[in-house]
Design a binder for this molecule. Structure first.
Ligand SMILES: Cc1cc2nc3c(=O)[nH]c(=O)nc-3n(C[C@H](O)[C@H](O)[C@H](O)COP(=O)(O)OP(=O)(O)OC[C@H]3O[C@@H](n4cnc5c(N)ncnc54)[C@H](O)[C@@H]3O)c2cc1C
Length: 342
């Protein structure tokens, strides 16, 4: 077991909301360590859609998932957060008022005054399509996320699914692919109507194919796909030659160890109040996709708002004797000094 790491705040999850929590806590002189299961920061933005544009980040009309992650990393630089990547926080124990001890599956032990759970959907895993023998192709020619669009340039692509991810990636990858076929079990889609319309325009213009049916069998060797068999609703099978298949059957959000930390839970989410985003345990906060409250929207901008309010309350635990004065970054020299700009 390693030496105990002492900190003001331990942030569980280095997704966009966990990253911005570093900033808001930092402005209030609260030092943070972050732990994330993934080997890189950015959460869903970095893992699931790094190259996809996000259009609803305030004052950033267009920014990719990776771009947002990079910008957040730049913004939090002045606060020198410490990252512990590739580790999962497994247990939380209350040892003071408030003081907590956390351990990771990598054997690290933390002692912290406040815990900020920014664990998103927990450990998210893509749902595997019900195709026998798919395993050897996974990670070689069958992928559940798109890390680099360029990797698919010139390929014969099969995209499987009818939700937003399937349709978004169809539209984004169609210009790069040599040939793209979207396969869905019925001719109705759950995705945004605008994306469905755009896809249909591409199909009618010959830019891609739409196949209604289910993938029943894969052909290939050594993990390299060469064709897929698609059975339509009348029972007829078509063989489609391809190099790569991208199934988008949704994600299983597994709450994971958070479920055992003694917090009240509601449908795998952590209920919080909307004044300070604190859980049922004083000193433990939950922000971003992991929390729930009336009217909650799982949007990045909601998480950003939540961490600002959370930090105000966290200050009381970290500095019980200090009065907190509200200040603007534009006019406060003290805040500007912390940011290294004054
Ligand atoms: C395809 C797609 C498109 C989207 N588009 C938009 C959009 O346009 N606009 C928008 O606002 N939102 C969008 N979203 C939603 C947005 O990505 C989420 O709201 C956002 O990522 C939530 O941020 P978060 O930091 O709360 O959680 P996450 O991004 O999920 O990050 C949580 C992190 O916590 C880690 N973690 C979990 N449990 C533990 C543990 N026990 N120990 C250590 N680490 C742990 C995970 O590994 C993960 O990295 C989109 C989502 C998807 C999937």
């Amino acid at each position: 077991m390693s030496e105990t790491i002492k900190t003001d705040a331990l942030i569980v999850g280095a997704g966009p909301v966990g990253l911005f929590a570093v900033f808001e806590l930092g402005l209030l002189d609260i030092k943070a360590h972050l732990v994330d299961i993934l080997d890189k920061v950015g959460g869903q933005c970095g893992e699931l859609y790094p190259e996809k544009p996000i259009y609803d980040i305030p004052a950033a009309p267009y920014i990719t998932g990776q771009g947002l992650t990079d910008a957040l990393m730049e913004q939090i630089k002045p606060f020198h957060p410490t990252f512990h990547l590739g580790e999962m926080v497994t247990s939380v124990e209350k040892i003071g008022e408030p003081l907590f001890r956390l351990t990771t599956d990598g054997g690290k032990i933390f002692e912290t005054k406040v815990i900020v759970i920014a664990a998103g959907g927990g450990s998210f895993q893509p749902k595997r399509p019900p195709i026998q023998g798919i395993e050897p192709y996974e990670g070689k020619s069958v992928f559940y996320s798109v890390r680099q669009m360029e990797a698919f340039r010139g390929k014969r692509l099969l995209i499987v699914g009818g939700g937003d991810s399937a349709l978004d990636w169809t539209l984004n990858l169609q210009p790069l692919a040599k040939r793209l076929t979207l396969i869905h079990r019925r001719d109705e889609f759950r995705a945004a109507p605008d994306s469905v319309n755009k896809m249909r325009v591409l199909v009618s213009g010959g830019g891609m194919e739409l196949s209604i049916g289910q993938v029943t069998r894969l052909e290939g060797e050594g993990g390299q796909l060469t064709a897929a068999h698609v059975k339509d609703n009348a029972g007829a099978t078509t063989r489609i030659e391809c190099d790569t298949m991208l199934p988008f059957f949704g994600l299983t959000m597994k709450l994971g160890p958070v479920a055992n930390w003694g917090l009240d839970l509601q449908s795998e989410l952590v209920p919080v109040d909307t004044e300070k985003f604190e859980t049922s345990v004083p000193g433990i906060f939950a922000v971003g996709d992991i929390n729930t409250y009336p009217g909650k929207l799982k949007l990045i901008l909601s998480g950003f708002h939540e961490v600002a309010l959370m930090s105000q309350r966290a200050h009381r635990y970290v500095y019980p004797d200090k009065r907190l004065v509200f200040q603007y970054t534009t006019s406060s020299t003290s805040l500007q000094k912390k940011l290294g700009v004054a």
